[in-house]
Design a protein around this ligand. Structure first.
Ligand code: BTN
Length: 248
C-alpha cells in the first residue's frame, strides 16, 4: 500500500478543530510540540532521528514504518487528572487497535501496548510547567506499523501491527481515529477498560524502582493509575518504577 502521511487527509477525517503538522523527518515530535502553544496541535513525522522513550531511552522510529505523533494539550483545570494521561492514552490506542484493526491488545502498566506478548506501541507523556502551574502536556505515541528489521536484541520483544492483522488501514486513518477517540473520551471514565486490559494482573514480576530491584505479585491497578503489588506479604502502591521482567 502506498501509505504516505498527509495532513489534509488526516484533518478531513478528524471531528475536531485540530492543527496537523507533518514532517518527513524530525529529531522528536515530542521535542518539537513542546515549543508550540496551540491546543490540539498534532505533530507527526515519517521518521525521527532522536525518538525518545520513557526513562531516557531511545525509541526506534524507522522511516515510513510507523506512526510517530505528539498531541499538544493545553492544561485546563477541568481536564482529567494529569497523572492519568498515560493510562488514558493507552486506553485510547488500545481501543483503536481493537475496533479499527480487529486486534486484541493488552496494556502493560503503565504505558506499553502489547499484542501476543510483544510490544507494539509506547507512550511518553511530558508536561511543561509555567509559573509553578501546569501549562501544557505533550502526549507522544509511537506505533510499529509495518514489518521492518529490528535490532537483534529487540526481535523477540517487539512486533508490528502488520505482523498481527490482515486488515489494511492507512497510517492517516489510524492517526485520525486516535485523535477522534482521544478527544471523544478525554473527560469520560476509562479506568475499567484499562484495568481489564492490564496484562500483568496475578503475574510475578521483577520491579525496578529507582535503584531497587525486587520480585512482587501484581494485584491490580488503582483508580489513580498506581500499580498495586504484593511484596513481603503486604500490599504496596507503585507510582514510579518499572516492571522489568514478567514470570509467566
Ligand atoms: C516508550 O516506549 O518508552 C515511549 C515511546 C514514545 C515514542 C513516541 S514517538 C512520538 C513521540 N516523540 C518522541 O520522541 N517519543 C514519542
Amino acid at each position: 500500500m502506498n501509505d504516505l502521511l498527509d495532513s489534509k487527509i488526516i484533518k478531513d477525517k478528524c471531528k475536531y478543530d485540530v492543527d496537523i503538522v507533518v514532517f518527513d523527518e524530525i529529531d522528536s515530535t515530542n521535542r518539537y510540540a513542546k515549543e508550540l502553544e496551540k491546543d490540539k496541535t498534532i505533530v507527526i513525522s515519517d521518521t525521527q532521528s532522536n525518538g525518545r522513550g520513557r526513562l531516557g531511552r531511545d525509541f526506534l522510529s524507522s522511516k515510513g514504518k510507523g506512526i510517530y505523533m505528539s498531541i499538544l494539550l493545553k492544561y485546563d483545570e477541568k481536564m482529567l487528572d494529569p497523572t492519568l494521561l498515560t493510562c488514558f492514552t493507552g486506553t485510547v490506542v488500545s481501543k483503536v487497535f481493537e475496533h479499527l484493526l480487529g486486534l486484541n491488545p493488552g496494556i502493560k502498566w503503565v504505558n506499553d501496548i502489547y499484542i501476543n506478548n510483544k510490544k507494539v506501541c509506547g507512550i511518553l507523556v511530558e508536561s511543561v510547567i509555567k509559573n509553578n502551574n501546569f501549562d501544557k502536556f505533550i502526549v507522544g505515541i509511537g506505533i510499529n506499523v509495518y514489518k521492518q528489521e529490528f535490532p537483534i536484541e529487540l526481535v523477540d520483544k517487539i512486533t508490528t501491527l502488520e505482523d498481527n492483522t490482515k486488515i489494511k488501514v492507512s497510517r492517516n486513518e489510524i492517526i485520525a481515529s486516535i485523535i477522534n477517540e482521544f478527544f471523544d473520551n478525554l473527560n469520560k471514565p476509562f479506568m475499567d477498560y484499562y484495568k481489564d486490559k492490564m496484562i500483568l494482573k496475578q503475574k510475578l514480576v521483577e520491579i525496578n524502582e529507582r535503584d531497587k530491584r525486587y520480585m512482587a505479585e501484581v494485584i491490580d491497578v488503582s483508580d489513580n493509575g498506581e500499580l498495586i503489588i504484593k511484596y513481603n506479604g503486604e500490599l504496596k502502591k507503585l507510582y514510579t518504577g518499572e516492571v522489568v521482567r514478567v514470570k509467566m
